[in-house]
Design a binder for this molecule. Structure first.
Ligand SMILES: [Cu+2]
Length: 353
């Protein structure tokens, strides 16, 4: 409960005003509710049937009292209206010099593109501190709502029409993005984060093409995906207990647990990722989960990357993110390849099942 907050941090210039209006309205509402409630109860008790109070001269009119309870709330109401209306109009009027960023909402993710150099990011939005940012938004399917509580902004993201929302970040850090409009099964998972950076840092980030820039070639994209999906935790530079190496796999003859064999071509690699249990490599078990929920595009990328590690290793790439599960049996070196000695299948069968 240590970091339980009643309200999100105020990370945009408008958040301060938003909260001022919100809390003032809340305080006024509570104050008047208490005042009226108190008077109701007080008079109900004082003038209850049979109480011995003086009822000789009832008051039917009292101009000063009536003016007081009319004019004071009127003034307060007008002040709140003017401040609230100004805030509302400001919020709907992005400054002319705003930095523009495009946002596409779709079930169930946010795709973001920076127009200056086309940097794209998914579910992450990098913005500089102290500069007005205008998001131009549209939906690819149903109505969503782009919501950043720390900035106190939310606006509809509608199919077939551009909408916009703007803010000036005032505090560096990472804050959540939510979808604020129910949009189907995984609506609650349609989240992301906005990263507020120092201006210089942001300029550098943008110049470097962003962290999540989509690589244009398949192999690099496949390599990124390989890292992201943690394939390297089982597939390293050498065969290990966790899994066979994919180095030089393409075009190699594979032997299977059930006795069959096959040349590792594109189709085999695809099948090994999507339905790994179809052909279990000799010496291993059904350790690998099926990646059958990935789009074909991803499988293509992974296949291209694995091919690039192929016989002869034309790109000179090696799998570098090989970090077999920490705390498990240390990875055997290739010169003592347990598959060659047949040791691994015993170990696997004895230890893992
Ligand atoms: Cu949504």
């Amino acid at each position: 409960m240590g970091n339980f907050n009643l309200a999100p941090p105020q990370a945009s210039e408008n958040a301060v005003w938003h909260d001022a209006v919100f809390y003032t309205l809340t305080a006024l509402t509570v104050a008047f509710t208490l005042l009226v409630g108190f008077l109701v109860i007080f008079f109900a008790i004082r003038y209850r049937q049979g109480s011995k109070v003086n009822r000789q001269r009832p008051v039917y009119e009292h101009l000063l009292l009536e003016l007081t309870w009319t004019v004071i709330p009127l003034i307060l109401g007008v002040i709140m209206f003017v401040v609230g209306a100004k805030l509302f109009v400001d919020l709907r009027t992005p400054p002319k010099d705003s930095m523009e960023i495009y946002v596409v909402g779709k079930q169930w993710m946010w795709q973001i593109q920076h127009p200056t150099n086309g940097v794209r990011e998914n579910n992450t939005l990098h913005v500089p501190i102290g500069k007005p940012v205008k998001l131009i938004m549209i939906s690819q399917d149903v109505t969503h709502a782009f919501y950043i509580p720390a900035f106190r902004v939310q606006y509809h993201v509608v199919p077939g029409r551009y909408t916009d929302v703007w803010f000036t970040p005032s505090k560096t850090g990472t804050y959540p993005i939510y979808c604020g409009m129910y949009c189907g099964t995984q609506h609650s998972e349609m989240t992301g984060q906005v990263v507020v950076m120092e201006q210089a840092e942001f300029a550098e980030w943008l110049d470097n093409g962003g962290n999540d820039v989509q690589p244009s070639d398949l192999i690099t994209a496949g390599h990124d995906l390989f890292k992201k999906l943690n394939c390297g935790s089982c597939h390293g530079v050498n065969d290990t207990i966790q899994g066979p190496t994919l180095q030089g796999l393409y075009g190699k003859m594979r032997k299977f647990e059930n006795g069959g064999s096959k040349v590792a071509d594109d189709a085999y690699i695809r099948e090994s990722i999507v339905r790994p249990y179809e052909h279990i490599v000799s010496g291993y078990g059904r350790e690998m989960g099926a990646y059958d929920d990935r789009p074909e595009e991803d499988i293509l990328r992974l296949t291209a990357y694995i091919k690039s590690l192929g016989t002869g290793n034309p790109t000179g790439k090696t799998i570098d993110e090989n970090e077999p599960h920490k705390g498990s049996t240390p990875a055997p070196r290739s010169h003592e390849n347990p598959i060659a000695t047949g040791a691994i299948s015993h170990e696997l069968k004895a230890g893992k099942k």
